[in-house]
Design a protein around this ligand. Sequence first.
Ligand code: GLU
Length: 488
Amino acid sequence: TVPHRWAGVYVRRGQFLTVQNVFIFLFRCVGGNIVLLIQAFRKKFIIPEFDEFTQKIDEIYNTVQNQNDGKVADYIPQLAKFSPELWGVSLCTVDGQRHSVGDTKQPFCLQSCVKPLQYAIAIHEAGTEAVHRYVGKEPSGLKFNMLSLDDEGPHNPMVNAGAIVISSLIKVNSWSLVCFVKKMAGHEYVGFSNATFQSEKETGDRNFALGYYMKEKKCFPPGADMIDSLDFYFQLCSIEVTCRSGSIMAATLANGGICPITGERVLSAEAVRNTLSLMHSCGMYDFSGQMAFHVGLPAKSGVSGAILLVIPNVMGVMCWSPPLDRVGNSVRGIHFCQELVSLFNFHNYDNLRHFVKKQDPRRQDGGDWNNSVSNLMFAAYTGDVSALRRIAMSSMDMDLKDYDSRTALHIAAAEGHIDVVRFLTDTCKVNPFIEDRWGNLPVDDAMQFEHEEVVKVLKDYQQSCRQQKTQLTEAAHSPKLDAIDGML
Ligand code: GLU
C-alpha cells in the first residue's frame, strides 16, 4: 500500500480509522506529549485561545526589538562574542502549549539564571530548614557580587555569596545536576560550555574573594571545601540552554515542579514555592524591587542576557538578548516583561475579577459560567436583590441570557419584582431592548402579566436610554456611544 503524508505522519491506505489509530496518530503529532494530548481531549488548556495569545506575544516581541540600548557583557570572550541583535522569546504553558519567536535555538549560558535552579534542587534534596541554616531570605540591596554578608551569612541564594554556599550544600556531582536540570527542561537542549567555565575561573577573583571571606566567617557547612564549591559554582554558571529549553524549565517552576512536557515531578512543591518567593524579591539584581512593583512576577536574570520569567500556574518564559542595562539586566528582556504585564493581567496583584482594562487569556471555567447564569436567573425569579448585588459585585455581566435568550430583567419583569427591576435598571444599567426567543422585551412580559408599576419603570427606563443616545450622538464621538449603541 502507498502511504500518504498527512501532517508529517504516514497513514496507510486501507488502514481502519479506529479510535486507537486516531489516538496513536495524535500522539505522534504532539511529539509523544501525553499531557498535551489529554488536555486537548478535555479542551482544558490554561490559555484556550492560544493562537490569538501568541499573536500578541509576537507583537510585543516586534515592538521590543527596536530597543537598541545596552551593552553586551565583555568580561569574558565567550560572552563578548554575541551579536547585540540577538533576541528570542520562548514560552511554554503549564499544559505544554509552546511558542517561540526570534533567536530561540541558539545556545547561551545560564549564568545567574542557574541560581534559582540550584537553590530549588538544594531545597528539594535537603529541605528548607537545612538550607536556610546557611543562607538568608532577605534582599541585599547591594550589587550581586558585593563582599557583604548579613549577621548570619549570605543575604539570599540569588546573589553570588548565597549561590556559592548553596553549591557546597548540593550533594550530587555536576553530571547528576545537569541530569536534574535536563529533567526540568523536559529533556530538551542542556549543554555545557567548558570554555566559559575556564574563563569564569580565570577571571573570578571577586568570587574567590567572596569564598575566602565566607570561609573566614564560617559560612560553609562543616566539611565543605570552599575551592570545590567555587569550582562547582563556575560549572553551574556555564550550563547552556536555548530559549526553547529554558522556557520549559520556567514552566516546570510555573507548574509546581512537574515538567509540563513529560509529566514528571522534578521538584517538590516546597522547593518551587521557596524559589519563586526569592526570585520575586531578589531575582533581578538592583532592579528587584522595581521588578516586583512594576511586573509583579518571579524572574531571574543572568549576565548572558537571559531572563527566566515565571507566571505561576500559567506558563514559563525565557527571554534572551545579550545587551544589558546599567544593573546587568537584558534591556529587551525587561521591556518584554513590562509590556507583557501591561497588556495581560499577569501581575501578582492585578485583580482578576474587577479589573477590566487588561486582558485575561486564561481559561474561564465553563462550569462556573453555567452556575453563574442559573444563580443570576434564580435571584431574579425569587426577587432576591441582595443576591443580585453580590452577583453584580463579582463583575458578572448582568445582561447574560439563558437558553431562551431571556435576561434577568425579563424574569424579574414577568414576576413583577419591582425592587429587582429597579436595581437592574438604575444600578446595573442593563439593556432593556434584548429580545427573548419569542421576540419579547422585558416590558412586554410586565404587560402580559399585568405588573403596571413595573411597566411604568421599564417604559421610563427605555425612554431615558433613548434620550441618552440622542444626547451622545449630538455630543459626537463620545466613547460612551459604543456602549449605548450596544444597548439599542
Ligand atoms: N559568572 C558570573 C559571576 O559569578 C555570573 C554573573 C551573573 O550572571 O550575574 O560573576
